[in-house]
Design a protein around this ligand. Structure first.
Ligand SMILES: [Mn+2]
Length: 282
C-alpha cells in the first residue's frame, strides 16, 4: 500500500499528536507532527522550552533532523534537579511518537543512521516493534553538560524507547567532547527516526495495511471466561500433540463448536467478557 502525498495533505492520515501530561513533578504540553517538515525540507516548526538549555538544544536538533514539527513546553521541578523534567519530556515524546505513528495505519518498523559531529561519531538503530527495549552506550560519564546531568542523556533515550514501545540501540562509537557526543547521539537518532518514518510502504511480503509489517502478523489478545478457556485448551492440546494436519483440523472444528456453545452459554448467562478481542501491533 502506498500513501499518496495528497492523502497526507488532506489531513486524513496526518501523523500528528497533541498531548498534555501532568504530574506533581512536571506539566508538559506537546504538539508533534511527523510530517511537519516533509513539505519545507529539513525540519518543520520547532519550538522547545524545557527550562534546561542543553535539553532544548538536543530536542530541537532531534526534531529538525528527523523532519518533524515539534512544539514542547515543560514546567518542572528544576528546584530539585533536572531528572524529572528530562524523564517526563522523554515519556510524553515517546507517547506522542507512538500515537502519531498509529494514526496513518501504515506500519513503520526499522530505521538506522550514523551521525558525526566533528570528532564524535554516533549510531542509532530503531525498530517500532511494540516491544520496548533500549541499549544505550554513550560513554558520557557522570559529569554535566550545561544544566543537564550527563547520565540523564542516556536516561532520556531509555525512557523514550519505553514510552514509544520501540527497540532502540544508540552507541557513541568515539568522542572527546561530551557536548558533541550527546548531540551526535540525538542526531543519529533523528536520522534513524526519519528513515523509519519515511517508510510509507509495507516492506514485508504478505503483510498488508491491515496488520504490522511482521512475520507474526497482528497480535491477538483477548480475555477468556472459564468455559472458553477449557475449549481453547482442548484445541491447543490437540494441535500440539503432533497429530496429523487432518486430525488437528478436526479437533479444531470440534473445539470451535465447543467454543461457540460455551460462548452462547456465557452470553445467555450474561457473563460475556467485558474485554472484547484486541488486536495490537506487536
Ligand atoms: Mn551543539
Amino acid at each position: 500500500m502506498r500513501v499518496e502525498s495528497k492523502d497526507l495533505a488532506e489531513g486524513t492520515l496526518r501523523r500528528r499528536a497533541i498531548l498534555r501530561r501532568k504530574t506533581r513533578e512536571t506539566e508538559i504540553i506537546l504538539d508533534l507532527d511527523l510530517d511537519g517538515g516533509a513539505v519545507g525540507g529539513v525540519g518543520g516548526r520547532v519550538a522547545v522550552s524545557t527550562g534546561i538549555g542543553f535539553l532544548d538544544h538536543l530536542l530541537g536538533s532531534l526534531a529538525r533532523h528527523a523532519g518533524f514539527s515539534l512544539s514542547l513546553r515543560c514546567v518542572g521541578d528544576l528546584e530539585i534537579d533536572d531528572h524529572h523534567s528530562t524523564e517526563d519530556c522523554a515519556i510524553i515524546l515517546g507517547e506522542a511518537l507512538a500515537l502519531a505513528l498509529s494514526r496513518s495505519g501504515v506500519p513503520v518498523r526499522f530505521g538506522h543512521a550514523y551521525a558525526p559531529l566533528d570528532e564524535a561519531l554516533a549510531r542509532a538503530v530503531v525498530d517500532f516493534s511494540g516491544r520496548p527495549y533500549a541499549t544505550v552506550e554513550l560513554g558520557l560519564g557522570d559529569g554535566r553538560i550545561g544544566e543537564l546531568a550527563s547520565e540523564n542523556v542516556g536516561h532520556f533515550l531509555e525512557s523514550l524507547a519505553m514510552a514509544a514501545r520501540m527497540t532502540l540501540h544508540v552507541d557513541v562509537l568515539r568522542h572527546k567532547n561530551a557536548h558533541h557526543a550527546a548531540e551526535a547521539a540525538f542526531k543519529a537518532l533523528a536520522l534513524a527516526l526519519r528513515a523509519a518514518c519515511a517508510e510509507r510502504e509495507v516492506p514485508v511480503s504478505g503483510a498488508s495495511s491491515d496488520g504490522p509489517a511482521s512475520t507474526k502478523g497482528a497480535v491477538l489478545l483477548e480475555e477468556l471466561d472459564p468455559l472458553r478457556f477449557a475449549s481453547e485448551d482442548m484445541r491447543l492440546a490437540a494441535a500440539g500433540a503432533g497429530a496429523s494436519a487432518a486430525a488437528a483440523a478436526a479437533a479444531a472444528a470440534a473445539a470451535a463448536t465447543a467454543a461457540a456453545a460455551a460462548a452462547a452459554a456465557a452470553g445467555a448467562a450474561g457473563a460475556a467478557s467485558p474485554l472484547g478481542p484486541q488486536r495490537t501491533a506487536l
